[in-house]
Design a protein around this ligand. Sequence first.
Ligand code: SER
Length: 320
Amino acid sequence: MSKVLIIGACGQIGTELILKLRSLYGNDNIIASDIKEGNEELMNSGPFETIDATDREAIVKAIEKHQVKEVYLMAAMLSATAEKYPIKGWDLNMDSLLIVLELAKDKYIDKLYWASSMAVFGPTSPKDSTPQATIMEPTTVYGISKLTGEHWCNYYHNRYGVDVRSIRYPGIISWKTLPGGGTTDYAVEIFYEAISSGKYESFLSEETTLPMMYMDDAIKATIGIMNAKAEDIKVRTSYNLSAMSFSPKELAEAIKNIIPEFEISYKPDSRQAIADSWTRSIDDSVARQDWKWQNDFDLNDMVETMIKSLRIKLSKTEAK
Ligand code: SER
């Protein structure tokens, strides 16, 4: 088993990716790294290195120390935060990617995973069933950085033969680690509030439909694309990925089926404009065809699992 380094391991997706990879391939083979420490489960289950994703020397040191052959780059500044700090967002999202692409070109590693996003689409892209290849004119810094990054991945693959694989994640919903600084974060916050106070004020308007996915599906896709045969990965920019689409109103209705007294109100803020620039639903048939991607969770499965898991988590936190 060749060793794997995850950069940005303590974020929303990184945390669960690490735990899944450790359970599949052995704790010692999966090295977590981030600028700050992660949750107890992650820190206690295997190796951890403190690494700033823009520090090439620190990344090389960890690759050499642990004899790493595969890297997953999950560090990024998400859409809402990057609108506040555009140049910082650009620098983090681009510098970190170019460092690992160069390391792959120079054969420090054999394989690279990089997280892209549905934010690569913009107001001129088709809003429904957005195709794999279409008009892409993102208006957010996050979207611009992800679209540019996708083309760097494709360039390094075509020019230097780098085996880089990538997915355009929709909004990811999970209960272990909170997302930070994204426009789809409401779809996670709403569950905490539904359970603890029975009320939630949404920062997106009631009809704002966005593509979303439950975490287990996102992890399944990430590991699935990395395990696929190289010749099956025909798209070397990044693959569309989809599971469900819903608005805050539809999500609130699904929550009310389990928590009938739940109440939602709406107070759109600056994140509304970001959401309005994105598409409503995504066509991921190319991923389904090329590497046999399939989602397991729909809206109701996701809502049921979120409420069940968060109730247990929150009652444990209270008991502490
Ligand atoms: N969840 C991300 C965000 O809202 C989208 O990829 O920024």
